[in-house]
Design a protein around this ligand. Structure first.
Ligand code: FUL
Length: 488
């Protein structure tokens, strides 16, 4: 045997033992990473906002802070009607404007009389937060709170006393209403207001006034399962628009030192920061009507089922969540036009995504680190199992062979995000009848995947499909691939 042959055999043995050693070892996580709460939050995918309060009764969007509490008087308020509608619309949770910028509280706060306790509704004995949180418990919906930091009613606004007042109210909401999944901190802050009769403009330092780390520690102590929303998190971030969509390229990261509530370069939030140091996925908020609060003049301006469907694909399908607002009306009900539209929208999405045409298909890949991470894991519906190639492999092809010809116009791709968001670029292809790979026609960039990427493309019929991962921050970890024909 020549020395050359011996060294070739030795080299081959080394490679085999190396592969075997790697076989069942999971890839190392790539920071930034989500907390288990952030993963659970993103899995909710769609949940509702309710804007309701004095503005509803006074045809306003931003009350000045002096609107009389006596004008709050919903005659037929029924939180069960809200929750039942939201469940039928596929919502997994609801966030209520417990206090909007006008400072009026939908619960009888011990710290102010500017609340439902001073209204004629239920003779001043009502509590909307209680009624809604109870209805959520009864019907299995998660509950969250919006507590506006800006308060145009309080005389102390702008002083340290107001910040204590804010913490006290936050504590009431975190301790009196059971489990919460999200705490929503609005970015609109400071400006003119009533402020106990001063009627002036008050500016605050948006970065330091509320001491956000203190708020985060109160939430972490009293409601550890909840994620905090604000422009830059820390739990989840604003998507940089109020239209309900995220960028096709969408990283779940932000540069935590840069972003704060009121961040001027908020448009960056549509795609996140590829070089961010903190996990902070995007929440796409929008209203089913032009306004956040109810206005009769908008009864004929409710978004259509087509518009909402498109938003679903560009929010949940762009690695975000969709927070869809329902402006409760003066009766205290979700308007029938809004509820009918939302329910039809949910039925439409459910129909479009009802038959996964890859069921029973064969998945293969150009590289696999070991049996436990085989390509079949992408078609097994299990969250905890995923395909991954060897360490250092940052581009690979996944080929999917269906049993017969199928006509597709949509792929659903998911990364196993507990190990980080990795994929930077991919391409989708199909095999033509003459056996050549050709690109599927996609109208947006195919870059990031994240928790969920839904890629719509021009319909094609074929038996073999290829997903080419072109670049990734480390070896990709793909845990689910589905495909649909949304025209069926
Ligand atoms: C904004 C607020 O100013 C709007 O009134 C609304 O509450 C929306 C969800 O957030 O920043």
């Amino acid at each position: 045997m020549t020395i050359r042959l011996l060294s070739t055999i030795a080299c081959a043995l080394l490679m085999v033992s190396h592969t075997m050693a790697d076989n069942n070892t999971a890839p190392s996580p790539v920071a930034p990473l989500p907390s288990p709460q952030q993963v659970a939050w993103q899995q909710l995918e769609t949940y509702a906002f309710i804007h309701f309060g004095l503005n509803t009764f006074n045809d306003m969007e931003w009350g000045y802070g002096d609107t009389p509490a006596s004008t709050f008087n919903p005659t037929r308020l029924d939180c069960e009607q809200w929750v039942q509608t939201l469940v039928k619309a596929g919502m997994k949770g609801v966030i209520l404007t417990c206090k909007h910028h006008d400072g009026f509280c939908l619960w009888p706060s011990r710290f102010t009389d500017y609340s439902v306790a001073s209204s004629p509704w239920r003779d001043g004995k009502g509590d909307v937060v209680r009624e809604l949180s109870d209805a959520c418990k009864k019907h299995g919906l998660r509950f969250g709170i919006y507590l506006s930091p800006w308060d145009r009613h309080q005389a102390s606004y702008g002083t340290p006393d107001y910040v204590t007042y804010y913490y006290n109210q936050l504590t009431e909401l975190l301790t009196q209403y059971g489990d919460l999944f999200e705490v929503w901190l609005d970015g609109a802050n400071g400006g003119d207001g009533w402020y106990g009769g001063a009627c002036e403009k008050r500016e605050i330092d948006r970065r330091s006034y509320y001491c956000y780390p203190r708020i985060a520690s109160i939430v972490a102590r009293l409601m550890p399962g909840a994620v905090i929303f604000s422009d830059g998190g820390p739990g989840c971030r604003w998507v940089g628009n109020e239209k309900g969509f995220a960028g096709a390229t969408n990283w779940a990261f932000v540069r935590s030192k840069d972003v704060y509530p009121g961040y001027p370069q908020y448009e960056e939030l549509q795609s996140g920061h590829a070089d961010g140091d903190a996990w902070c996925a995007s929440e796409c908020d929008t209203s089913i009507r032009p306004g956040w609060f109810y206005h009769e003049s908008e009864d004929d301006k409710v978004k259509t089922v087509d518009e909402l469907t498109d938003l679903y694909y560009r929010s949940v399908g762009h690695n975000g969540t969709l927070l869809l607002n329902f402006p409760v009306n003066r009766d205290g009900l979700i308007h029938p036009i809004d509820s009918a539209t939302a329910v039809q929208w949910h039925e439409r999405i459910s129909r479009e995504m009802s038959v996964n045409l890859l069921t029973g298909a064969k998945f293969t890949a150009t590289d696999t680190r070991g049996k436990a991470f085989g390509p079949a894991m992408m078609g097994d519906k299990e969250w905890e199992t995923y395909w991954a190639p060897s360490d250092g492999v940052t581009s690979a092809d996944i080929v999917i062979k269906t049993k017969k010809d199928v006509t597709l116009n949509c792929f659903v791709l998911q990364e196993y995000i507990p190990l980080g968001q990795r994929v930077k670029a991919f391409e989708l292809e199909y095999k033509t009848c003459c056996g050549k790979w050709a690109p599927l026609l996609v109208d947006e960039e195919t870059t990031t995947i994240g928790y969920k990427r839904i890629v719509r493309f021009h319909e094609k019929t074929a038996r073999e499909w290829r997903i080419r991962i072109l670049d990734s921050r480390a070896c990709p970890c793909i845990n689910n691939i589905e495909a649909y024909n949304t025209n069926n």
